[in-house]
Structure formats: structure tokens, C-alpha cells
Design a protein around this ligand. Structure first.
Ligand SMILES: NC(=O)c1ccc[n+]([C@@H]2O[C@H](COP(=O)([O-])OP(=O)(O)OC[C@H]3O[C@@H](n4cnc5c(N)ncnc54)[C@H](OP(=O)(O)O)[C@@H]3O)[C@@H](O)[C@H]2O)c1
Length: 357
């Protein structure tokens, strides 16, 4: 943590927007073979192509470290990059310059860093037509995290079960970034949440402050505890369960679901297979579904994707959604940042600041 910047205290002299200058010798976090991040990642100088017609030069503002980044680097994620590859999937940058014929972005605009090129890089020349302008009035830390976890939470809430105000859902890893987004977005819709965490002592008060109705330890008694607490609050058994853990925790979620409940799996933090209890599966007529934001974004009409992002920007702007930041590191300190991202007890996402931060 010694090299981390506190999210509320950017270093003196940090620009707060405007047109960034392009580093003379930009670098990127790259890997030439898949493997453990600490073994295969290198901070290497990259060559920027000349700015061509229709291109824009981007300078990194802020990027995010996700479990899926490490899965991609390790070769275990659902979609891999051609090697050598620049790591990182999510972040925002500023447009430094545009080539001839570009009218959709201008110097100084904040844009989403194009995911497929790899985001943990100081600068990039990209086709401007593919760029999405991101509101510059949002804090850079929140804007950088707007594209994967918050829309995943939103879509988990709206794509599988038509939840009404007063309905309950249950989720594990409730203190994850997605989990905290689910709590906040559910609260904004009047949907009530039962939340499983590994440590209630550590996360309970914070999650309740975000709007969680129930926070319970993810142990063998969790399904019974949840049923008792929901009943005490006058509620009915959850119609939706959100699983990003797998193994025993998925069994607990199934047990907590009501009749005709739907369990959606979107992550597998333990690496265990999803297991399910046969009796509940049959007698409660449970449905198991999977969700992958990446596939949703690539196969949905662009207007639907833009509408999801617009909802997230609106929630971030009116304060009904905040994604927690644990710490911010300069891009060159990516090794320490990744170690922090993998540490138990972190309080939010670990971010990487680029030259435009
Ligand atoms: N399918 C999709 O489209 C999609 C989109 C976004 C995210 N995801 C997935 O959703 C999950 C959460 O992502 P995130 O970025 O929100 O995560 P995050 O903020 O990094 O949080 C990770 C969570 O996983 C828990 N966890 C880690 N190792 C665990 C273990 N061995 N057993 C039980 N819990 C464990 C952590 O609990 P502690 O605090 O107790 O360690 C924490 O709650 C990941 O699996 C990610 O890949 C999927």
C-alpha cells in the first residue's frame, strides 16, 4: 500500500481534465505468454503509430483491475487476446488529438479506453469511430468503473426475473463490486436484498448503509438464517439468486430461493463447480442460468448498450450508486496494485492512474 494514492487525494499537479499531452515514450503493461500475472507482466515501451485519417490519440486517465483481467492473463477467461497483448479491460482516457475527418470526438473529451486493445497502457492510437464519449462531470474513478460491474448488476436485476418493488433477491459475494452495485440498484427500485458475505463483522455495517436489508455469514446455516430474517421482515422467499462464488455457496443460494426461483451464475470466485441440491432443484422447480456481460454487450443492439450505460451514468451522477475504491496506484506500480487487488480485506476496487489522471 505504500505506493498507493488515496482515492480522495490525487497527487499535487494532477490535471483535472483538459487536453493531455502524449508521453514521448509511452509504456504499457504487456504479456508475451499466458500465466500468473506476477510472472508474465512487463512494463514495456510501446510504439504509437502515426495519427491517421479517422484516428484519435488517447492518453490513459484511470483503469481498473478485475478478477477477469487476471483470468485473461492466465489464459482461463472466456475470450483471450492475441499475444503479445496489453492487459486490462476497463478504464477511461482523454483524447489528446484527432486525425482528419474525425467529428464524433474532440481533444479533451473523456472516452472509454477501447477494451480489445488492452487498457493498461499510457497511450493508444485508435479508430475514432469506435470511441464512446463518457461524461466528464463524473469523478474519473467512477467513470473508469462504469462499463463492466455496474451494468452487470443492472442487467442481472432486469434480464432474468421481472422483479417488483417488495420482491426479494439473494446474492453471495455481496461485498464484491458487482454485489454492492446490486444492493444499491435494487434499493433504488424498492427490491429487497439478502446478502451473503464471508465476514459480516467486516462488511455488515457498510452494506446496510448502502441499502442491504439482510447481511448473513455465508456458512452452512445461511439459508435458514435468511428465511428467518426475511419472514421477520414480512417478506417472501427470494425469486432471484445471484451467484459469483460456486460450490457450497451456490447450494445455499438454491436453498434460499422460493418456488420457481431463478439462480443466475456470473462468476466463480472459488473455482469450484456450481453445485445444486437435488431436492430443492426438483421440488421448487429452480432454473439455473448464466450471464456474461461481454456476450451481452457484443450481441445486443448498440442502442440497448448505450441505454444501459446511460442508466449507470445517471445513477452515478445522482449519488444512488457509488463504486467503492480501495486504492489508486500509478500504472508503473502495477505489480503492487495487483498484489493489493488479490489481498483479503480490501475495501473496493484497485485502480491504476495513467498520465491523464
Ligand atoms: N459474467 C460477467 O459478465 C461478469 C461481470 C462482472 C464481474 N463478474 C464476476 O463477478 C465476480 C465479482 O467481480 P467483482 O469485480 O465485483 O469482484 P471484486 O470486487 O474483486 O470482489 C471479489 C469478491 O469475491 C469474493 N471472493 C474472492 N475469493 C473468494 C473465495 N475463494 N471464496 C469466496 N469468496 C471469494 C470476495 O470476498 P472477500 O472480500 O471475502 O475476499 C469478494 O466479495 C467475479 O467472479 C467476476 O469475474 C462477471
Amino acid at each position: 500500500m505504500s505506493n498507493a494514492l488515496h482515492p480522495e487525494n490525487p497527487p499535487a499537479g494532477t490535471a483535472t481534465g483538459g487536453v493531455p499531452s502524449v508521453p514521448a515514450h509511452p509504456s504499457a503493461v504487456r504479456y508475451h505468454a499466458v500465466g500468473k500475472a506476477e510472472e508474465v507482466l512487463r512494463f514495456e515501451e510501446i510504439a504509437l503509430p502515426a495519427l491517421g485519417e479517422g484516428d484519435a490519440v488517447l492518453v490513459l486517465e484511470t483503469a481498473v483491475i478485475h478478477p477477469s483481467d487476471l483470468g485473461m492473463i492466465a489464459g482461463t477467461y472466456g475470450r483471450l487476446r492475441e499475444l503479445p497483448a496489453v492487459a486490462g479491460r476497463e478504464g477511461v482516457g482523454r483524447v489528446a488529438a484527432v486525425g482528419a475527418g474525425v467529428s464524433n470526438v474532440k481533444p479533451g473529451d473523456r472516452v472509454r479506453m477501447p477494451e480489445d486493445a488492452g487498457v493498461w497502457r499510457e497511450a493508444l492510437v485508435a479508430p475514432a469511430a469506435d470511441l464512446r464519449v463518457v461524461p466528464a462531470d463524473l469523478p474519473a474513478t467512477q467513470a473508469a468503473m462504469a462499463f463492466i460491474n455496474p451494468p452487470t448488476a443492472l442487467l442481472l436485476l432486469q434480464e432474468f426475473v421481472a422483479l417488483r418493488a417488495g420482491d426479494w433477491l439473494v446474492q453471495n459475494a455481496a461485498n464484491s463490486a458487482v454485489g454492492e452495485c446490486v444492493i444499491q440498484l435494487a434499493k433504488a427500485r424498492g427490491v429487497r436484498t439478502a446478502n451473503l458475505v464471508r465476514s459480516v463483522e467486516k462488511h455488515g455495517a457498510r452494506l446496510k448503509a448502502l441499502g442491504a436489508d439482510i447481511v448473513v455469514a455465508d456458512d452452512k446455516d445461511a439459508a435458514k438464517t435468511i428465511a428467518g430474517e426475511i419472514a421477520a421482515l414480512g417478506g417472501k422467499a427470494p425469486r432471484l439468486a445471484l451467484n459469483s462464488i460456486g460450490g457450497m455457496s451456490a447450494i445455499t443460494l438454491t436453498r434460499a430461493l422460493g418456488q420457481d426461483g431463478v439462480l443466475v451464475t456470473f462468476g466463480g470466485m472459488t473455482g469450484d463447480a456450481i453445485r445444486f441440491p437435488t431436492r430443492e432443484f426438483i421440488f421448487k422447480n429452480i432454473t439455473y442460468r448464466g450471464f456474461w456481460m461481454d456476450r451481452w454487450a457484443r450481441t445486443s443492439p448498440p442502442a440497448a448498450v448505450d441505454a444501459a450505460f446511460a442508466q449507470i451514468y445517471a445513477h452515478l451522477r445522482d449519488g444512488s450508486l457509488t463504486v467503492a475504491v480501495d486504492s489508486v496506484f500509478p500504472l508503473a506500480k502495477f505489480t503492487e496494485a495487483i498484489a493489493r487487488a488479490g489481498a483479503y480485506g480490501r475495501d473496493g476496487k484497485v485502480l491504476l492512474n495513467g498520465p491523464a489522471a
